[in-house]
Design a protein. Structure first.
Ligand code: HEM
Length: 138
């Protein structure tokens, strides 16, 4: 990612955090309509789940300027997702739901450049999780 892309992701994320609960609700609605089978993987309270997801995205977004510091936590997260029953292909479904949610939340501020920056950030995060998942022994 370029420094400009990191800046775009961080500045647009700040616009999403005030509406984090709504964004999480929109996100899961879109995710489950894209692939209803994924619903069964989530066992807990979806509001709490949404908060965890938004908090982790926030950590990752802030960590983009110092990736080395967050990589171990993201790898652990990827390994835990194997136990949740998440498959590699599910990361693409989540990517679609995330981009759609950002588009809803940011409106015209979700320019093609901003979209590209988010896709780069998510791809990096997802790759780190999937690579760690591939070596998980669980
Ligand atoms: C960048 C990608 C992702 C991030 C940042 C993320 C974040 C999180 C976080 C923070 C948790 C809370 C539990 C923990 O820390 O272990 C969690 C749980 C979970 N995530 Fe993800 N996740 C990502 C991708 C995915 C994908 C692709 C799926 C596939 C549908 C998924 C499904 C789940 C499930 C099923 C749980 C457990 C729910 C439960 O315990 O009931 N996640 N995720």
């Amino acid at each position: 990612m370029t420094p400009k892309q990191i800046e775009l992701v961080q500045s647009t994320w700040k616009m999403v955090t005030p509406i984090a609960d709504t964004a999480a609700e929109l996100f899961y609605g879109k995710l489950f309509s894209a692939d209803p089978a994924l619903k069964a993987l989530f066992k807990g309270d979806m509001k709490a789940q949404g908060r965890k997801l938004m908090a982790m995205i926030g950590t990752a977004v802030n960590g983009l300027t110092n990736l080395g510091a967050i990589v171990p936590a993201v790898q652990d997260l990827g390994r835990r997702h194997v136990k949740y029953g998440v498959k590699d292909k599910d990361y693409d479904t989540v990517a679609g739901a995330l981009v759609w949610t950002l588009e809803q939340g940011l409106g015209e501020k979700f320019t093609p450049e901003v979209k590209e920056a988010w896709v780069a950030a998510y791809t990096l995060l997802a790759k780190t999780m999937k690579d760690a998942a591939a070596t998980a022994t669980a």
